[in-house]
Structures are given as structure tokens and as C-alpha cells.
Write a protein that binds this ligand. Structure first.
Ligand code: COA
Length: 173
């Protein structure tokens, strides 16, 4: 019940593929650029670190946490190349499950609308699977991510989590 229940999601140009440990090899390349961390903090993981992280993610959280970790590799359908990742952490909420979402697209693949297309598909999939509210934390200077969030139906709330603004699909927040 608490294990990730992701499935493949298709969009016109992309395939969102449930993350597995074997993806670490190709993703180490896609994610191995320090510029991706400008607004997220941290630094690229080595292949070994990424493999360990994917093992952890694929195993999922302990049932105690009542969370679901949903992770997808974003793949370009035209040539099968991995271009990024999207993720959602789903937790129980007052009026139904809530998801916190995030997206990353590798440097060579940015600027083609891939994050917007993947994020929209992610939010649609979550909604179709019973998630009531979606939110994302976006650094105010991260204009590309703000545009992606807006396209996914989120709006800035004026609330901050650390130095990131909370974007949400809730109208009354
Ligand atoms: C945020 C990110 C995923 C966007 O990926 P992408 O595939 O290039 O996004 P899209 O092509 O869908 O573009 C989204 C919008 O941002 C705009 N944009 C892109 N780079 C921009 C920049 N540097 N400044 C302002 N707007 C920018 C695009 O023009 C597009 O808007 P438009 O279609 O109206 O022109 C990518 O930059 C990234 O991975 N960044 C590092 C990780 C990160 O910060 N993730 C967010 C954590 S929530």
C-alpha cells in the first residue's frame, strides 16, 4: 500500500518511466552538471551516490511515515534519451492526499518545454490517482521553474519554506 505505485506516463514528446536503480548510469550523465544546483543547493552526485540514492528511493519510505515517493525518469520518445526527472512526495492531508512535486531537466535539454510538458503530465496523473492538492517549492530567482509551476496549474502563495516560495494549486492559501 505504501510502496510507490508509479506507472509509465506518455505525453506527445516524452515518456515518464518509473525510476529504477538501473537508471543511475544514464542519469549520472544527465544530472552531473553543477549548474543544475544553482537554486536547489547541493552538488551533483557521483554514480555510486546516485545508485545508492535510487536504491533508497526505489525501496520507498517506511510505512510508519505514511508517505509515497513517486519518481520518474523523463525520456524523450523520439530517440529514447533520458532528459530529466520528475518526482512527487504524497502525504495524507486533511481533505485528501497532498503531493509535493519537483522537476529537473539536464542542461542540453533545457528550453524545449520538456519540464513544462512533464510537470503538466505529472500533475494530471496525480490528480487522476486521487491527489487533492499539489505544491512545489520554487526559489524566487528560478524563473524557469516558476514558469513550469505556473504551467502545471500552481500559483505562488507568498509563503516561504526556507528561501523557496511555496507554489500551490489551492486558491485559498
Ligand atoms: C527548471 C527546469 C526544470 C526547466 O526546464 P526546461 O525544460 O528548460 O523548462 P521549459 O523548457 O518547460 O521552460 C519553462 C519556461 O521557463 C522559461 N525559461 C527557461 N530558462 C529561463 C531563464 N533562465 N529565465 C527565465 N525564463 C526561463 C522558458 O522560456 C519557458 O517559458 P516559455 O515557454 O514561456 O518561454 C530546468 O531549468 C532545471 O532543471 N533547472 C535546475 C533544477 C531546478 O531548479 N529544478 C526546480 C526545482 S523545483
Amino acid at each position: 500500500m505504501h510502496r510507490p505505485i508509479t506507472e509509465t506516463v506518455e505525453t506527445p514528446r516524452l515518456r515518464l518511466e518509473p525510476l529504477a536503480v538501473h537508471h543511475a548510469e544514464e542519469m549520472a550523465d544527465v544530472l552531473g552538471d553543477a549548474r543544475l544546483h544553482r537554486y536547489m543547493g547541493g552538488a551533483p552526485l557521483t554514480l555510486e551516490e546516485l545508485r545508492a540514492r535510487y536504491e533508497h528511493l526505489a525501496a520507498g519510505p517506511s510505512p510508519f511515515h505514511q508517505e509515497q515517493w513517486l519518481n520518474w525518469i523523463v525520456r524523450r520518445r523520439r530517440d529514447g534519451r533520458a532528459v530529466g526527472t520528475v518526482q512527487a512526495t504524497v502525504t495524507p492531508g486533511r481533505d485528501g492526499p497532498r503531493a509535493s512535486v519537483a522537476w529537473v531537466v539536464g542542461m542540453p535539454y533545457q528550453g524545449f518545454g520538456f519540464a513544462s510538458e512533464a510537470a503538466r503530465a505529472l500533475v494530471d496523473w496525480l490528480t487522476a490517482h486521487g491527489v487533492r492538492h499539489v505544491a512545489a517549492n520554487v526559489h524566487p530567482a528560478n524563473l524557469a521553474s516558476a514558469a513550469v509551476a505556473r504551467r502545471a496549474g500552481l500559483r505562488p502563495t507568498g509563503e516561504f519554506a526556507g528561501d523557496e516560495e511555496v507554489w500551490s494549486d489551492e486558491r485559498d492559501s
